[in-house]
Design a protein around this ligand. Structure first.
Ligand code: ADP
Ligand code: TYD
Length: 233
């Protein structure tokens, strides 16, 4: 069996940037513990049918908030959760499990903990104890990661990074009321991630993602080297 490692964090924490850099660095490594292992870099939402549907839906959701009734909002959050779950099922069966069976090191940019943290926030007030419920939904059939690297960052800095990533962002856009709402929401998601990391310290490795890319990259590579040194090839 291979090994499953996941990267988690709020939007703008820099996970995808670091995952891409890691892929490049690992390909150049000639010694242990990286050389000789086969890596698969993957992500949720996926590039598959469900993943595409989710992205379209998320784009629409940001435009249609506000004037919906409470029932419609609740339905939308539940629909979102189950779309992410469907995407996860396909991802597991089509990508993650086959790669693990071939003995690969699978690194996933987001995985089940994103559901616990994000849908744990969106389903608050709709489902009692939403974090526990979402975690329980995965338990009978999903694979728990061996280790999870949590990129921890202040939500306001993360939102700034996301805004500067968007094309045509202006200073007006940065002051928009949505920015405050987004920060508040990501603050709740970040607290959910922290709670999870505290409750499973043996699985989570927490990295301070507010620093420069080079420092974060080196710390993440060191964490991966440590994880892989402790596992059989
Ligand atoms: P995520 O995948 O966690 O949402 P990204 O990797 O897409 O985050 O990064 C979001 C934005 O922040 C991108 O424009 C990226 O270039 C930038 N970025 C990533 N890491 C850093 C960093 N350590 N310092 C400053 N900017 C960063
Ligand atoms: P992603 O494409 O990873 O966004 P980013 O690169 O900005 O971090 O994910 C899209 C959005 O979907 C992001 O806001 C996180 C959210 N998400 C969930 O709410 N639940 C989930 O289970 C997953 C995988 C993502």
């Amino acid at each position: 069996m291979g090994i499953l490692i996941t990267f988690e964090g709020i939007d703008g924490s820099g996970k995808s940037t670091i995952a891409a850099e890691i892929a490049r660095r690992i390909a150049e490594e000639e010694g242990p513990p990286f050389a000789g292992r086969h890596f698969l870099f993957t992500a949720e939402p996926t590039e598959g049918e469900e993943g595409r549907l989710i992205r379209e839906k998320l784009k629409r959701a940001t435009r249609t908030t506000g004037d919906q009734g409470q029932r419609a909002k609740e339905a939308e959050q539940l629909e979102e959760l189950f779309l992410f779950m469907a995407d996860h099922a396909r991802h597991m069966a089509g990508t993650v499990i086959p790669a693990l069976e071939r003995g690969m090191v699978v690194i996933s940019d987001r995985y089940s903990d994103s559901r616990v943290a994000y849908q744990g926030a969106t389903l608050r007030g709709i489902i009692p104890r939403p974090l526990e419920w979402v975690r329980e939904l995965h338990r009978p059939w999903s694979v728990v990661p061996e280790r999870t690297v949590l990129f921890s960052i202040d939500p306001s800095l993360a939102v700034e990074r996301c805004l500067s990533r968007q094309e045509g962002s202006s200073s007006e856009r940065r002051k928009a009321p949505e920015k405050f709402e987004r920060e508040e929401f990501l603050g709740e998601v970040a607290r959910n991630f922290e709670l999870m990391a505290r409750s499973e310290p043996e699985r989570f490795v927490v990295i301070d993602a507010s620093r420069g890319k080079a420092e974060i990259l080196e710390e993440t590579l060191a964490a991966l080297a440590k994880i892989l040194s402790g596992t059989k090839k």
